[in-house]
Design a protein. Structure first.
Length: 80
């Protein structure tokens, strides 16, 4: 089954304004598990190994943020 991955997220307001962004990092918690995905903007002079490293770094940042959120929520008086 397909889930979310990359693409564009945004809104169109009734006032005529809009805002969009490209989603290069995604984190979804499903069934108690954290699923992370990361992408990169590939251009003509991209170096595949560096793009892969960039994706790994982006994924690690999401994992680190989730760990910090769990730690923060467990502190007395925080997230309770």
């Amino acid at each position: 089954r397909r889930g979310i991955y990359a693409g564009c997220v945004g809104y169109f307001g009734a006032d005529g304004f809009m805002d969009t962004c490209i989603v290069l990092r995604t984190a979804v918690i499903k069934d108690g598990r954290l699923h992370v995905q990361a992408g990169a903007g590939i251009v003509a002079d991209s170096v595949p190994e560096l793009e892969q490293l960039e994706c790994r770094n982006k994924s690690q940042a999401l994992i680190s943020a989730a760990r910090e959120a769990i730690r923060f929520a467990g502190e007395p008086g925080m997230g309770q």
